[in-house]
Design a protein around this ligand. Sequence first.
Ligand code: HEM
Ligand code: HEM
Length: 215
Amino acid sequence: MQYEKKFAWSWLLRLYHWAMALSVLVLALTGLYISHPVTSSLTGGGHFPMADIRYIHFICAFIFSGAIIARIYLALFGNRQESLCGYVRHLPANIADAWHALRGYLYIEKYRHDGLGHNGLATMAYFLTFIIALSQIISGFYLLFPESAFWQSWGLAIFGPQQTARYVHHLGMWYFAIFTLVHVYITIWNEIKTPDGMLSSMLGGYKFKERKVQG
Ligand code: HEM
Ligand code: HEM
């Protein structure tokens, strides 16, 4: 069997991915501290841990929001693997692909994804993740800037009172924690079981696909 090296992910998609992955990690850890602080008062050395942790949370929140803006740009103007148009145009085929991918991961059938981009199941999971990311951003900025008419109107319309927004924001953290566990498991599974080079494609941009032999 011969394989060819094919370009899959632009530098912007890879930058967005790692910016999001790293910022989510810090956001989840700092968020856990904000919800269950060890101390929220000044410590002996004049430090104010809650203020420091919140500051780190907000820096990462801006990185995370920037990454999501980059993904919106790629959904509109990215290459064939990155743009939303291709996926929507072949929606029925992608839904069927999602079903086979699910059965493949559960060892019920043999499944191999031919395309260069995400399989149908992965795309659905990433789309859901994108929606939850938007929810984290809107609820987060609503909590941060309650005095802003813009964030207040969006926050009130979507979540209602701030306490509800805070609860939804907290639940969002658990979504990201569970998503990351499953996502990293599936990525490593693919790296071991298939010759595509899926994991390294998020670093170098290239995947390996079977060369179609003519005749
Ligand atoms: C996936 C991304 C994020 C995760 C996992 C996350 C996680 C959390 C968690 C667990 C909390 C504690 C909630 C509680 O008290 O129970 C929190 C608080 C908060 N987060 Fe996030 N967050 C994320 C993104 C953001 C974004 C984008 C912003 C935007 C500014 C933001 C702003 C805030 C604010 C203002 C608070 C409340 C701080 C306080 O009460 O002192 N977060 N976050
Ligand atoms: C060491 C940890 C991680 C590795 C090795 C990794 C690897 C990958 C790889 C290889 C892909 C492409 C999969 C494909 O071709 O279908 C991908 C996509 C993706 N990953 Fe990760 N990932 C990691 C952590 C994370 C984390 C923490 C998040 C966010 C919570 C995340 C969110 C995503 C998303 C949303 C996509 C879809 C990219 C797109 O929008 O097109 N990843 N990841």
